[in-house]
Design a protein around this ligand. Structure first.
Ligand code: NAD
Length: 329
């Protein structure tokens, strides 16, 4: 494959690039990343001399087109996004730019180069939250985004669905639950807990910390993406309306990816403190996030039928993650 990995210097994208180059050294990888606060070229250091790195914006159709042509790209994997819910509550404009206009720009490029396949990374947050006891969301369930971030990700998905149907573009969409692991921007939940605990500062937890998230180790996520990249296109049938894998033709256009390992935030914070040898009383409850989603859960049977399952236990993944942040401190 000749891959254009957009957002490849971010948390999940960098793990995807490192792992893909290791496992498929002959594939061409071009990373396009605008290097926002969340991107860090040094994450790609081990492979930088074997890939192309271009700093730029996915919303720049001309630039993306040039890269597609120059490097004979056959597949785009789009991780580029504004991703932090709290930032989107303060200012949604950058989210609209990258998560909506940026996605439409990739669609424009694929319209002009319809042989190019686009794997787009989305989020469980498009479905909104679940009450305790609700069934996990299936890949074709309706969207009820709660935050501006989730709304822009849902909008991007809608544009992609329309593009699949209208121009028969080769697009697949994945939604994952909360990822954790090295390289995540420090404002996210797990890095925040580690950072404050390292300094023996109060660890801020929204409300009473009872909200639940389903944690997925980042390389388990990228493994699922590799399985989808290798197999999803074989099922591809742009004529299938509704496009999700539960439909009759086994079409694999939208995949949910989850480890099925739900935990309350407070329990995760306590596990981190225990790994770090810090006392629980560092935890300080703070005013809740407006519109804070209670629980996410995804039915990931589609990707599991393709042979994927997570390998890293939460305990193991959390220890590796804490150790990585501790070494960088
Ligand atoms: N991290 C999670 O827990 C999680 C969960 C569900 C879904 N996702 C989705 O996975 C994808 C990757 O998330 P992440 O956590 O790695 O994000 P991240 O914020 O760590 O990285 C995003 C990357 O995109 C780059 N970028 C931002 N705007 C850009 C633009 N206009 N043009 C080019 N590059 C741009 C940034 O520089 C950064 O390198 C996102 O689409 C996100 O919505 C993430």
């Amino acid at each position: 494959m000749n891959l254009l990995v957009t957002g490849g210097a971010g948390f999940i994208g960098s793990h995807f690039v490192l792992r893909h180059k290791e496992e498929s050294p002959d594939d061409t990888i071009v990373v396009l990343d605008s290097l926002t606060y969340a991107g860090n070229k040094s994450f790609l250091e081990p492979v930088l001399n074997r890939i192309r790195f271009v700093q730029g914006d996915i919303a720049d159709v001309e630039l993306v087109t040039q890269l597609i042509v120059r490097y004979e790209i056959d597949t785009i994997v789009n991780f580029a996004a504004e991703t932090h819910v709290d930032r989107s509550i303060k200012n949604a404009v950058p989210f609209i730019h990258t998560n909506i206009l940026g996605v439409q720009a990739l669609i424009e490029v694929c319209k002009a180069h319809p042989a190019v396949r686009l794997l787009h990374i989305s989020t469980d947050e498009v479905f909104g939250d679940l009450a305790d006891g609700d069934a996990p969301k299936k890949s074709g369930d309706a969207f009820f985004p709660s935050s501006p971030y989730a709304a822009t990700k849902a909008s991007g998905e809608m544009l992609l669905l329309a593009a699949m149907r209208t121009w028969k573009l080769k697009i697949a969409i994945t939604r994952c639950t909360n990822n954790y692991g090295p390289h995540q921007a420090e404002e996210k939940f797990i890095p925040t807990v580690v950072r404050h605990a390292l300094r023996n500062e109060p660890v801020p937890i929204y409300a009473q910390g009872k909200n639940k998230r389903d944690w997925l180790y980042v390389t388990d996520h990228t493994d699922a993406l590799e399985v989808i990249l290798k197999t999803a296109w074989a099922f591809f049938d742009p004529e299938v309306p509704g496009v999700h894998e539960s439909q009759s033709k086994g079409s694999g256009h939208r995949f949910n990816i989850s480890a099925d390992d739900e935990r309350q935030n407070i329990d995760v914070a306590k596990m981190i403190l225990q790994i770090m040898g810090k006392p629980d009383d560092l935890i300080k409850f703070v005013e809740d996030r407006p519109g804070h989603d209670w629980r996410y859960a995804l039915d990931s049977s589609g990707v599991r039928k393709l042979g994927w399952k997570p390998k890293i236990s939460f305990e193991e993944g959390l220890k590796t993650t804490v150790e990585w942040y501790r070494r960088r401190a």
